[in-house]
Design a protein around this ligand. Structure first.
Ligand SMILES: [Zn+2]
Length: 461
């Protein structure tokens, strides 16, 4: 069944089936039956994957699958997650969010891009290779989490199991980047961005307290006024901006593909980082977020009644910590910015992920990394129209937990995604092109086929 037609049927039908099972994860919404059904569906769709690989259930509904290769010297981990975010307003979807409808050459529904498409593409590639009698050159582990969208326990537990078994992955590959079309104005070719680090998530609660009382006799400088001042102070004092090395490499690689007048500007910017910083800050919030740690005040709380003065007011601050800043740097910055009027409580602490090795080609900065080169080469084979490049991911993925056991953690989903498709993630009208799903299968298959030979001797796993 590895003919083009077989692959199409298997992959498309499997993705439709998985999308129709609403494995929504949300702090107050969890449906065990849906996750049970999803795992059963997966087993039925990919029988050889479940028969021939050693299957370990992780946390509640996560899976860790082990495919023994000819060598275990350089094991690799392919990741994806089975859960999806809730649907806010089904009426905004052109096709119902859990329909898995195939319309206009695309499969529509929640999870097609994030991240059931990857689950299906990985499983289809492995199932095909098993049918063909392929034995990978290296041990392959598949790690499918069930609670990625709620920062859950499945991924850390999978890391614990691998650690116990003495597995030190050569590289780990999770969702994140994509073959992104229209990502940079003036750059005509899609850019296949591979995340080599991701920002850390840290959350704080700012709190001001006072006497409260009746709203008819307000005192000056109450808790709400102090919280308001703290928020504006924070907005007025952003963290220093800079361009980290992977972003410079990204611009160096796309510069030759940008037309006039942008091409020479980008090429020059890669030589004068200060210019690039200014351009990125000016170009909008997305590019500005590439240059520094960001603060977003998200939750606000005062008094529960209109005629009651708040005895305490709080503001939640969600912080995305940039490579190069530590959580301590960030806390010190916030303390300086908001002053002594408000107390700061650390709700969660997450640093930026360590930088994974990547290849650079710039003048005087030649450096090759074999694992990154493998990703780059296979991307060029399956997506010849794309420019592969490293980048800094803004969002968080489960793969951050794997940095504890692996030096090379990459974030890339092998799917073409337009700007509209990228914006549909966690929003409405999420959809994946049928041909793009099939090319994703081809890419994972190529990657698995091209794993390099390692040392032949096996130590007990
Ligand atoms: Zn995801």
């Amino acid at each position: 069944m590895s003919s083009g037609e077989g692959r199409r049927e298997r992959a498309v039908h499997a993705l439709q089936a998985l999308v129709r099972i609403p494995t929504v994860s949300h702090p107050d919404q969890w449906d065990d039956a849906a996750f049970d059904a999803l795992l059963a569906e997966l087993e039925q769709r990919f029988p050889l994957v479940h028969e021939r690989l050693e299957v370990t259930r992780v946390h509640t509904h996560g899976l860790l699958l082990h495919w023994a290769g000819r060598s275990n010297a350089r094991p690799v981990v392919l990741m994806a997650h089975l859960d999806v975010v809730p649907v806010e307003d089904p009426a905004r979807w052109t096709h119902p969010p859990f329909s898995g409808a195939v319309v206009d050459g695309s499969i529509w529904g929640r999870g097609t891009l994030d991240d059931k498409g990857c689950v299906v593409a990985i499983c289809t590639a492995v199932e095909e290779l098993l049918e063909a009698g392929h034995v990978p050159a290296q041990d392959v582990w598949l790690s499918f989490g069930c609670d990625e969208e709620v920062f859950g326990q499945a991924a850390p537990e999978a890391v614990g199991i691998l650690r116990e078994r003495g597995v030190e992955p050569w590289f780990v590959l999770d969702e994140g980047g994509a073959v992104a079309g229209g990502a940079f104005p003036g750059v005509r070719r899609p850019v296949a961005v591979v995340g080599v680090t991701e920002k850390g998530v840290t959350s704080l609660l700012l709190r001001a307290e006072g006497r409260g009382g009746h709203a008819s006799t307000p005192a000056r400088n109450g808790p709400t006024a102090r919280i308001a001042r703290a928020i504006t102070a924070l907005e007025r004092s952003p963290m220093p901006a800079s361009v980290p090395p992977p972003t410079l490499e990204l611009f160096r690689r796309i510069a030759p593909h940008a037309g006039l007048p942008l091409g020479p500007v980008l090429a020059g910017a890669a030589r004068v980082p200060a210019l690039l910083v200014r351009a990125l800050l000016a170009a909008g919030p997305e590019t500005a977020a590439m240059t520094r740690t960001t603060f977003a005040v998200t939750t606000l709380q005062g008094s529960p009644a209109l005629n009651v003065i708040a005895g305490a007011a709080t503001a939640g601050v969600n912080i995305r910590v940039m490579l190069g800043d530590t959580v301590e740097d960030v806390l010190a910055h916030v303390r300086r910015a908001v002053g002594k009027d408000v107390a700061i409580e650390v709700v969660e602490e997450g640093a930026a992920s360590p930088l994974s090795p990547y290849s650079t080609s710039g003048a005087g900065a030649e450096h090759r990394d074999e694992a990154f080169d493998l990703l780059e080469r296979t991307i060029e084979q399956v997506f010849p129209e794309a420019v592969p490049a490293p980048y800094v991911m803004m969002a968080a993925t489960d793969s951050r937990h794997f940095t504890a056991i692996c030096e090379r953690v990459y974030r890339f989903a092998p799917f073409r995604m337009s700007k509209a498709q990228r914006e549909s993630i966690h929003s409405h009208d999420e959809h994946l092109g049928v041909q793009d799903l099939l090319d994703g299968v081809a890419w994972y298959r190529r990657l698995l086929e091209e794993l390099p030979e390692g040392s032949p001797e096996r130590s007990p796993a």
